[in-house]
Write a protein that binds this ligand. Sequence first.
Ligand code: PLP
Length: 376
Amino acid sequence: MIYMDNAATSWPKPRGVRVAINEALDNAGNPGRGTHSYAVWSSMKLTEVREKLAGIFNISDPQRIAFAMNATHALNIAVNLCYGQIVTTAMEHNSVLRPANMRGYCYINEADSKGRLDPDRIKRSISELTGAVIMTHASNVTGEVYDIADIGEYCRRKKVLFIVDCAQSAGVVPIDVDKMCIDILCFTGHKGLFGIQGTGGIYISEHVRIRPFMSGGTGSYSAVLRQPSVMPDCFEAGTVNTHGIAALGAGIDYIKGIGINKIQSIHNDLQRYFYGKAASVNGITVYGTEPDSGTCNTGVISLNVKGHEPGNVSTELGRAGICVRGGLHCAPLAHRALGTDALGGTVRFSMNHLNTRDEIDAVICELKKIASGGTA
Ligand SMILES: Cc1ncc(COP(=O)(O)O)c(C=O)c1O
């Protein structure tokens, strides 16, 4: 089996993640809701994982991180904190586009036919009416990593909130909220951080005015009917996923053990190798920027095989034991830019540091069979 669907969710999960879940099953009480050893174990676990997250994102105060169900949940919280117009991009996932669209008053910057974004154009689209810029750090369709620091710095000067969706980049590309001038960072636990599904979170810097997204029990300020207005309690209504958060902590240990810089360079190398091989096959179109264009990539190849629908190609590859995703990847405007919307999207191969060149060769072999008139 060859797994290349890490942009959807990473696999395999490290052994330490399984161990952490089992440990939580044995020890976890309800965090912040008691003084017995099980409740205290959970509270301490949350503190420990908040500190680990703060470490990898260079966040000075771990209490500014609230746990959430996933990046989508975090992004909905973020959109709810926006005032004025939202500026965003066509390369966003529906987790940004839908909440922004639902709220209304949103400007979407186009991407070019390779999925590139023009930072100057984004900056020019910011006006005195703009309250926030929300953008992805890396495209889930092409894998391109965008130069967010440049836009972040501009937003800071213009006093516009800078909100970053790092669902695809966390754990794969170094992130520094300070250097990148990020006011709000939304992350998911089950992709590059190697945690499990149902985990994620949001970092909100201290100068952002917060208001609850959802209200309920927090184990704190219980005599007051109003939702606490302090971080992280404001956004942690109800019992959090302690078992999943324990797993997330183990996932972070795992990637730190390898090193995010090393992971990034493996992803880039694999993407370069795959791109070169796939682009030379007759009947295959590879989308996104060429690897030698100086851009960084999260290890994603999006392609189409002439005359075959992406969904059928991914099903056919699945039969051959190759796990990929075909379709729009929840990013409809990105496909409009790439010109793949009318084709039903792309076939996406998203690698992690465990994939190998031999696996890529085997995938190319299957793709050649399909391209030369085999099934699919
Ligand atoms: C760029 C991007 N943002 C947000 C999300 C949403 O992540 P989740 O499904 O974990 O909420 C994804 C998921 O694929 C994504 O690729």
